[in-house]
Design a protein around this ligand. Sequence first.
Ligand code: MN
Length: 493
Amino acid sequence: MDFNAFSSKIQFKFKDSEKALLERAYNFSQKAHQGQKRFSGEEYFTHPKEAALILARIFPNATTIAATLLHDVPEDTKVNLSEIEKEFGKEVASLVDGVTKLGKVRLRNSKDKYYVENLRKMFVATSKDIRVILIKLADRIHNMRTIKYVKKEKQKRIAEETLEIFAPIANRLGIGEWKDELEDSAFEIANPEGFKKTKGILETALSGRETALKKLQRDVSTILKTEGVKFEDLKGRVKRMYSLYKKLQRYDGDVNKIYDLIALRVITQSTADCYAALGAIHKHLQPLPGRVKDYIALPKPNGYRSIHTTVFDSEKNVFEIQIRTEQMHDEAERGIAAHWVYEEEGKSDDINSIKVQWVEDLQNMQDEIKNAEDFLQALKIDFFQDRIFVLTPKGDVKDLPEGATPIDFAFSVHSDLGFFMMGAKVNGKMVKINHELHSGDVVEIIKTKKPVKISQDWLKQAKTSNAKHKIRHYLHENQSGIFNTLKNLIKRK
Ligand code: MN
């Protein structure tokens, strides 16, 4: 595929300057990855190219697509970040850098809920720029599409990480299309038993209902026409397997308690028509009490808007009906990315509005956290103007206060590591032990065999109470140590 074939797959009218940027990024990345192969045996460049197309479908922004094309260049080729910056400027380079840093975070078989939650937040904090997360999600979608070429043991880890980290983030950003694909592609690999069971339940529950759904579709169409309500489209949707699996867990595995197994979607032109459609449907089909949810008046925290109601058809079958406008439907698929394009179309490449949205989003996370303890824990991490997240060389996440140094890092890993520290590397470069760390830094502590002599200066250079406490204790011990030795010497005389 050459550049023209690539760009013809993107349904968006770019300016000439944007098109030129894309072409340069395309050729640059192709050249840098020359000779590299994927597990599938394909040219490596297929991967960034496909990821860029995945991204462009929901977020056709030239800078971000260019960065997606280049996202694996610094990590996997001889070309480094400063060359990318020289060629494409600061903005593209900083997006690529963000993606590279995020790539260093790995989920290590942890069933600890806080750990997973922290990891999600770490993603957010490290990225700062929402576009980095969008690239990372597109990257993961393509990796999931080609996961069958990866070794079996590794497949499972990747799939678990996808379910625990990536899909919830896609959901949080309201990107339904990506959330669905990530969950669908990962579920069977991460949890084959759960998948098989859910599939069986779904197939049994659906059998014979297809005819009923078709009839409902005809009935609703007649109702809307009779009542003079305009609509664009009317179609059925079956609940996704993974979301059914999660819901079944909440309802003791009882599929009869799940009313939205099959839903009929009514797409209208205007918001007023949504309410008109709801009224018309309720006039002719008996609604189930307490099941009307107006997410248009009160959108979900991730921005989802729609009206849901549950009705009985003429045969007393229960169906959910979802009513929304075309724009709401588009936003449900593209989430935060849809917002950006609607607001910015035709304007200059200004990313500020989406940044504001992102900050609001983070604050909304609070609403979803249930008990007080979780809330406090989350508050501590979420309002992270004063927190940073750094990584061990193995990809573990350490949550430290802003201004923290390698001293704090070492003591947070293990107190012995602090006492044996002779130096530190940050992102592969040697630094002083009072070097200020930043979110996303990979920190490696250089150890000596013997304990080092710790000076008073360390107290000033440490920021965490944990490190300060241990240093103070050490200094105290050592002073009294010297003192005791002196005392013993005097005694002997
Ligand atoms: Mn990649």
